[in-house]
Design a protein around this ligand. Structure first.
Ligand code: G6P
Ligand code: MG
Length: 213
């Protein structure tokens, strides 16, 4: 039996993964660096500075640290412009039901997001009170695919990692869940999230009874 479900935010509960993509795309275009959806797949779940490093590795020149800081800030500005008008209507189909069904079944509900914007997005979606614990970028030293964020959430929830389900849309996120010793539910394409224990198209297909063992 499982005792907790730990959800990722961007791309799982709301479509901010697309906003991250648009913001990076705008930045890359400005720098004339090639960028597309396939490359973006590698950035999902990866923190801001490491995502920027990956993008800049495809540029034809080195970037100074202060240039990198300015670019990261610009990307965040683009991103915050995109999320400015978000409301609870931006929850993905099935998201609220999934959170409520977990709580109603008596399991703990956690959130694990490496985004520094996670508190803002949760506030806009109006769902911060639906979690027993929220772990975001401020509380961890190592981002996904390191298991730290999921292990920290499990620790805060007081549940053994082996009794946790992690839910993720990112390859790096699924790796983090597996390294934490948890059951991994992928949200997206089975051909992309190959290390997940099972893959669903969206949270409208999340049924806790499918994972009870
Ligand atoms: C999430 C997203 C990534 C994003 C990261 C940092 O993990 O999946 O695409 O780069 O958060 O987000 P931030 O809001 O701190 O730039
Ligand atoms: Mg995600």
């Amino acid at each position: 039996m499982f005792n907790a479900v730990i959800f990722d935010l961007d791309g799982v509960l709301t479509d901010t993964a697309h906003y991250h993509f648009l913001a990076w795309q705008r930045l890359a275009e400005g720098e004339r660096i090639p960028f597309d959806e396939a490359f973006n797949e590698r950035l999902k779940g990866i923190d801001r500075m490491r995502s920027l490093e990956l993008i800049l590795s495809r540029a034809g020149r080195p970037y100074a640290p202060e240039e990198k800081r300015a670019l990261a800030e610009r990307k965040n500005h683009h991103y915050q412009e995109l999320i400015a008008t978000m409301t609870s209507h931006d929850l993905l189909p099935g998201a609220l039901n999934a959170l409520d069904s977990v709580r109603e079944a008596g399991l703990k509900v956690g959130l694990a997001s490496v985004s520094k914007n996670a508190p803002l997005v949760l506030d806009k979606l109006g769902i911060a009170d639906r979690f027993d614990d929220i772990v975001d970028a401020r509380q961890i030293a190592n981002g996904k695919p390191d298991p730290e964020i999921f292990l920290t959430a499990a620790d805060h929830l007081n549940v053994e990692p082996a009794r946790c389900i992690g839910v993720e849309d990112a390859v790096a996120g699924i790796q983090a869940i597996k390294r934490a010793g948890m059951y991994a539910v992928g949200v997206g394409e089975p051909g992309v999230l190959t290390e997940a224990d099972c893959v669903i198209h969206g949270l409208d297909s999340f049924h806790l009874s499918d994972y009870v063992r």
